[in-house]
Design a protein around this ligand. Structure first.
Ligand code: PEP
Ligand code: MG
Length: 324
């Protein structure tokens, strides 16, 4: 299997009928860079910056962050590297910045924390932009967006940081800025959000959790947590349909993108980029290279109106078997 993956590495992710899909990778550690390049990732679709924050015992300084981010940006240059601002809260806490709440997933999380602590936000943004000097492959992504005003505020801060750093003499370009679509409210304002940003990435993990009101980590309700729930599929489809003509780059970076069945459905819906763990990438590429876009769209047509998640996965399993 490893040998098969080795030959796949340099082959494009293209369907039998010539449809080109981009496969990116999700990273967190520095070690993920080599692994991801090895598996043929075309860019980083989600660099979870909370990971380097979590392995330390205090906030990394701006200079330390610049060094850490530079490794990701340099490792993949000239390919794009999507660096997400700190997404702490929920299940991800920093030992040196405790947050204690009754409903952490509905509380102080992601952009809500960093816009309340501008010193954290600005140090991160400045470090990212400085780290991109001479490379110009930085994309900044904002997590847990539920209000347009959060994007407007973050954008103003990013533009200010960029102007300052340019003034300081760095060879930098204004990075592309994007948002995560992972809160149901954002699904209904996807057009307004699209008019403000350069790209969007759907976080199917949180979107599933919040649409179904099922804690993604609670084993007691684990059977109810399912990204193939018809409502989740409809939300994912609706996002693409709403912004398909807005000229915005649309990706998915949740676990669903790294699942062969999920990847086929998302490609058929029209997502441009799928971002996943490096482990999933060869498997997804092999599946996509084996079918045609025509077949994938046919599969989507057959499952999108089903009423049960089980029916979706059973039908997809059968169709995928028949396609081979
Ligand atoms: C998601 O919510 O789908 C996502 C990619 O982000 P995270 O898993 O880090 O919350
Ligand atoms: Mg998320």
């Amino acid at each position: 299997l490893e040998e098969e993956y080795e030959t796949l590495k340099d082959l494009p992710c293209v369907t039998q009928d010539g449809y080109r899909l981009s496969l990116y990778v999700n990273t967190g550690l520095t070690a993920d860079i080599a692994r991801s390049l090895d598996r043929g990732a075309e860019g980083i679709g989600l660099y979870r910056t909370e990971v380097p924050f979590m392995v330390r015992d205090r906030f990394p300084t701006e200079a330390e962050q610049e060094h850490i981010y530079r490794q990701q940006l340099e490792g993949f240059a000239p390919a794009p590297v999507t660096v997400r601002t700190l997404d702490i809260g929920g299940d991800k806490s920093l030992p040196y910045f405790p947050i204690s709440e009754e409903n952490p997933f509905l509380g102080w999380r992601g952009i809500r924390v960093t816009l309340d602590h501008l010193e954290i936000f600005m140090a991160q943004i400045r470090a990212m932009i400085k780290a991109s000097a001479g490379l110009h492959n930085l994309k900044i992504m904002l997590p847990m967006i539920s209000h347009v005003a959060e994007v407007e505020e973050a954008l103003a801060l990013i533009r200010r940081a960029y102007a300052e750093i340019k003034e300081e003499g760095y060879d930098v370009k204004m990075p592309q800025v994007g948002v995560m679509i992972e809160i149901p409210a954002a699904v209904y304002q996807v057009k307004e959000l699209a008019s403000l940003v350069d790209f969007m990435s759907v976080g199917s993990n949180d979107l599933t959790q919040y649409l179904l009101a099922v804690d993604r980590n609670n084993p007691r309700v684990a059977d109810l947590y399912n990204c193939f729930h018809p409502s989740v599929l409809r939300a994912l489809h609706s996002i693409v349909k709403q912004v398909k003509n807005e000229g915005i780059n649309l990706s998915v970076c949740g676990e669903m993108a790294g699942d062969p069945m999920g990847a086929i459905i998302l490609m058929a819906m029209g997502y441009d980029v799928l971002s996943m763990s490096s482990t999933s990438l060869p498997k997804v590429k092999a599946v996509i290279r084996n079918i045609s876009m025509d077949q994938a769209q046919n599969m989507l047509d057959q499952v999108i109106h089903l009423t049960h998640a089980d029916a979706v996965t059973q039908t997809m399993t059968r169709l995928m078997r028949e396609a081979n």
